[in-house]
Design a protein around this ligand. Structure first.
Ligand code: SAM
Length: 385
């Protein structure tokens, strides 16, 4: 293995990351929980897939997102946000538009650009965009991107504590699927936890081992899982979700949030078609299901279990106001824009391009069906929005 850390898109696995994972496996006695392995592969402070500088999203990266399709997604999301922002702005004081998982910052730029056009100036002037980014190197990058645009209106902070008591809107596109997950397998009549062990197998330097579940917090969740599945049935469980939603809920005095991601609902997690789980690796637009293939240069992701997100959100004090697919969400959000196009009677190249993007983003057989949108509030009386 050769180290290539300077390339904008390294192709070689970094041996330092492998060594770091190996030593942690040894330190815990030979079987590392899968979510910790995923955390190291994606978020090792310097060598993780998401922390090391590289092109991750778009044609030159490993996968596309709705944001990388073009400006249309941010434009329509902004139009949808006009109503909650305007209502939250009814009192005095500043309003924040917070983004979690901003990655390169493009969605923030697209949304704010459109909001400047569609919000009354009296409200836009009181609006500030804040990206929550836990990693210093990514904060630095985002600060540069936003600083080049408008350093006064765009801020980058390290955590929720910096938002304490604020009033605003949170957007997050494809963050939940990028959070580390545990993997569980139904084996011979009980649930086991899939852990990671050292040792070559099928061309990878790590392999999986099935271990009994001893962690009380995990056992509590496992006690709620079905017990009549085919042997070998595998699922993913995001144990970090509860803490994340709790911190989000605590950070704001009044919050409307919009979480967008690909995922499953209405028990789909346990459908026979999902027998092997949903964990996937992405490298240069090729998907595979081996989580140990090329750690640190491969994205690892799992479908979001929206049934679980909504159940935890409710116990955390969120009010669920809408759960739908991206198709319905965007078609609704696009109404005013489509009407403007029709009324103007003009069709320039830019509009044509945006309409083409709208089709890819909203078509039920394309991104419109796979992606789901969850809208929730906290600290906002029923009927206020
Ligand atoms: C798939 S990328 C998001 C893509 C981007 N939002 C877009 O739509 O193009 C996932 C991002 O979530 C970030 N992330 C993961 N966990 C996070 C957390 N707890 N807080 C903030 N960002 C997080 C990752 O660092 C990464 O930038």
């Amino acid at each position: 293995m050769t180290e290539q850390v300077d390339d904008a898109h390294p192709r070689q696995v970094n041996p330092l990351l492998i060594e770091s994972i190996r030593s942690e496996i040894q330190a815990v006695g030979g079987a590392l929980s899968f979510d910790r392995y995923m955390e190291l592969a994606l978020y090792h402070p310097e060598l993780g897939y998401y922390t090391h500088p590289r092109t991750r999203i778009g044609k030159a990266g490993d996968f596309i997102t709705s944001v990388s399709i073009g400006h249309c997604f941010g434009k329509l999301l902004a139009r949808h946000l006009v109503s909650p922002i305007s209502k939250l702005a009814a009192g005095s004081g500043d309003i924040v538009l917070v983004e979690a998982g901003a990655e390169g910052g493009q969605l923030g730029l697209d949304v704010m650009h459109e909001l400047e056009d569609v919000l009354p100036a009296s409200i836009y002037d009181r609006l500030c965009y804040v990206a929550i980014e836990p990693f210093p190197s990514k904060r630095e990058h985002l600060a540069k991107v936003f600083g080049d645009v408008d350093a006064d209106r765009f801020r980058v902070v390290s955590g929720w504590q910096e938002l304490a008591g604020s009033r605003g809107v949170l957007i997050a596109n494809e963050i939940l699927d990028a959070m580390p997950v545990k993997r569980l397998r139904w084996r011979n009549g009980s649930w086991l936890q899939i852990c990671v062990a050292n040792g070559e197998q099928a061309g990878s330097v790590f392999h999986e081992v099935e271990m009994p579940i001893e962690n009380p917090e995990l056992s509590e969740v496992v006690d709620t899982l079905p017990l009549t599945l085919e042997d070998g049935f595998t699922i993913e469980l995001n144990m970090g979700l509860k803490g994340w939603l709790h911190d989000l809920a605590q950070a704001f005095e009044m919050l409307y949030c919009c979480l967008i991601d690909y995922g499953l609902c209405e028990g789909e997690v346990f459908s026979p078609a999902r027998k092997s789980g949903t964990l996937r690796g992405y490298l240069r637009h090729q998907a595979h299901d081996c989580p140990f293939s090329r750690p640190g240069i491969t994205d690892l992701t799992a479908h979001v279990d929206f049934d679980r997100v909504m159940a935890i959100a409710k116990t955390t004090g969120f009010n669920i106001i809408n759960f739908t697919d991206q198709h319905r969400f965007l078609v609704n959000a696009a109404k005013s824009w489509l009407l403007e196009i029709e009324q103007s009677g003009a069709m320039d190249d830019e509009t044509r391009k945006l309409l083409h993007q709208f089709q890819s983003l909203s078509h039920p057989t394309m991104m419109g069906g796979v992606f789901k949108v969850l809208e929730m509030t906290r600290g906002i009386p029923d009927g206020f929005l």
